[in-house]
Write a protein that binds this ligand. Structure first.
Ligand SMILES: [Zn+2]
Length: 287
């Protein structure tokens, strides 16, 4: 497995490559994500977001691509794009395709974007893997195997920037769900006085604690367990080491919501739900 940090430049997005046999792949699609400076990439079919439209238009024009959006719903639904219109007007959380002229785009804000590529068929894609959707990368690989006759062992997968266990503090119920469904080692009990970066700065982070114990959750470990089960070799997996909640150049649901509620203690739940920077995660033939 390869671990890499993000290289944030003057651009308003980051890109990173796929790896196979622990070697960087060239002549392959790239993985990418907008950063906080790019502004909100929130997407709903019935809403307009001029900021997002402008960002994707520039990115697509530079690369001769067409953006393929989908409205996320924290599901495990993945669309196979064979014509280009399969996800139009649809809700779901991932797309795969062999069509080089398209750029599948999902949205994330602490949730993990997971990118996949299979070199023989040229199949590539991206999925949004939040806590509810963890396992969606397994669904995407199954769908590709079924529709294209490709094999899991030939996939390259990148676990993109997400909230890491330094900051992802969850309640007993969520910890139990992950320990049972993915791997017991993806949760660990929160140490005495432990906190996340936003909590450490005195911001009130909503940990959904209830009255029970708190845990640190590793979405990386949960997704590695999914990939192991699917049959993707360790040496074809790369993991971004940046945490969206720690790195202030990235949008983060937990950090930015805590910052917003510190400034506006009477904010409504609707205002809070729009107070963080939703980022666009995309995969395709970007130069
Ligand atoms: Zn962190």
């Amino acid at each position: 497995m390869t671990r890499f940090p993000l290289e944030i430049t003057e651009k308003n997005y980051v890109t990173f490559p796929f790896f196979k046999n622990d070697k960087l792949l060239s002549d392959s699609p790239l993985c990418g994500m907008s950063i906080k400076a790019a502004g909100s990439m929130r997407f709903r079919w019935n809403e307009t977001n001029e900021n997002r439209d402008k960002f994707l238009k520039a990115l697509c024009e530079q690369n001769g691509l067409k953006a393929l959006p989908v409205e996320l719903i924290h599901s495990k639904i993945v669309y196979d794009i064979k014509e280009g219109n399969e996800a139009d007007g649809r809700q779901g959380d991932g797309m795969i395709t062999c069509l080089k002229e398209y750029l599948p785009v999902v949205t994330v804000a602490d949730c993990m974007p997971v990118y996949l590529y299979e070199s023989e068929s040229g199949l590539f894609g991206v999925v949004h893997s939040g806590w509810k959707g963890t396992g969606i990368i397994g669904e995407a690989i199954n769908l590709a195997e079924k529709n294209y006759g490709v094999r899991a062992e030939n996939f390259s997968v990148v676990l993109g920037p997400h909230i890491r266990k330094c900051c992802y503090i969850v309640n007993q119920e969520r910890a139990d769900y992950f320990a049972e469904n993915f791997s017991p080692d993806c949760v660990e009990k929160l140490e005495e006085g432990g906190s996340c970066s936003a909590g450490g700065r005195g911001l009130a982070v909503n940990w959904n604690s209830g009255s029970g114990k708190l845990y640190r959750l590793s979405l990386e470990k949960a997704n590695l367990a999914v990939l192991k089960k699917a049959g993707v070799p360790d040496e074809n997996i790369a993991v971004c080491s940046d945490c969206t909640c720690c790195n202030e150049k990235l949008g983060s649901n937990r950090r930015e919501t805590a910052e917003f509620s510190a400034r506006f203690p009477n904010a409504s739940s609707d205002q809070l739900s729009k107070s963080f920077t939703v980022q666009a995660a995309f995969c395709g033939w970007i130069k």
